[in-house]
Design a protein around this ligand. Sequence first.
Ligand code: FAD
Length: 415
Amino acid sequence: MRKVLIVGAGQSGLQLALGLVDGGYDVTVMSARTPEEIRGGRVMSTQCMFGPALQHERDLGLNLWEEATPDVRGLGLSVGVPGEGGGVQRALDWLGLLDEVAQSVDQRVKMAGWLELLEDRGGKVVYHGVTTADLDSLTSLYDLVVVAAGKGELVQLFDRDPERSPYREPQRVLSVAYVHGMEPRPEHPDVHAVRFNAVPGVGELFVIPGFTLSGPCEILFFEGLPGGPLDCWDDRPGPAEHLDRTLRLMREFMPWEHDRCRSVELTDARATLTGSYPPVVRKPVGRLPAGGRVLGMADVVVANDPITGQGSNNAAKCAASYLDSIEERGDRPFDEEWMAGAFESYWEHARHATFWTNAMLQPPPEHIMRIFGAASELPAVAGRFVNAFADPSDLRHWFFDPDLADRYLTSVSPA
Ligand SMILES: Cc1cc2nc3c(=O)[nH]c(=O)nc-3n(C[C@H](O)[C@H](O)[C@H](O)COP(=O)(O)OP(=O)(O)OC[C@H]3O[C@@H](n4cnc5c(N)ncnc54)[C@H](O)[C@@H]3O)c2cc1C
């Protein structure tokens, strides 16, 4: 039986581990935290996942919270501009419908549950924060070692790929609060939708229906431009002040979302998060001092800004892609050449998400504002854009290039 070690118990590592256990591999996961520590810890993400990524989870029987979690059926865009009497008002506001539902299950719920499931299904779990020195001795004990440790210290083993990494600095300052009690958007009270609110020069607010430790909730997620008014979390406020500040910023910059927050409260004392990181793509093979080789996965090798909500989706797709590559390899060695090939197969998908995400961090060019404007009149345009969150590879055919965009808009506009 081939032995695989996976370091890191997040979306990618646990999904891969559970897939390998199903396939008869001898799997060990090393996790820095126990399920109880994860459940009692801080929120980690907003983790909205779209149709294809959710299908990978269903294929492995990992969709344990699907019934309890709100079905997100659409994604709405609102663009705020300075209003005539002061304040911010909406210049654009539309909702596109998703072909398949999206869902967001708090990673504290999911990763704790998947760790327990892995042990139930015959996987081994070792609770230990792994160091580079540990890895050096571990590589000789396993046929393959995969590093799925997110943005933790172990990324230092993997060199930055400058050709695939246009940024060196964080492009947004992130702030998250999970709340109960948010009211529906009055114009679509019956449709759970992710709301993408953009205010040029300020940043974005995402509102995401989700499922947390205490049931259904809404997640308020600011992406602030560095140096702008949403870049105000350096003091790492406590939970009450974090929520107050979030609401004050919403009242000032996204008042239509603030109107839904008359009686919100945090879901729990650990329901807030702040931070920032530079988007980066890394080389997939880590070389250890004693000669061992390890394969990086998901955020370790492709860490995009969360502005397009692709990271957990990519982690699920990376796990599915690596599972196929491992199974195809049969009994042959998991050598450096194979590792590089396994990553390139995954990159074939991830490059689309990366290109799109990096583009969305820039002020939108004129033709993209034309697309967003047309989407308010034409449901086909809104639908095509929002379904790119499930499969960003479609965007290259119409979104990035002004001529392709115009051709597409002409083809769907009434004569
Ligand atoms: C604010 C925010 C919002 C986001 N919103 C979305 C969204 O809406 N949709 C989306 O798709 N993505 C989103 N993402 C991105 C998404 O959360 C990540 O891309 C995804 O979780 C990456 O999965 P992973 O398996 O690579 O790593 P992680 O999920 O980060 O898992 C890594 C695991 O490794 C463990 N670990 C780290 N170091 C060690 C060590 N040395 N030894 C042992 N264990 C270790 C960590 O504790 C963790 O459990 C968001 C991210 C942020 C920060």
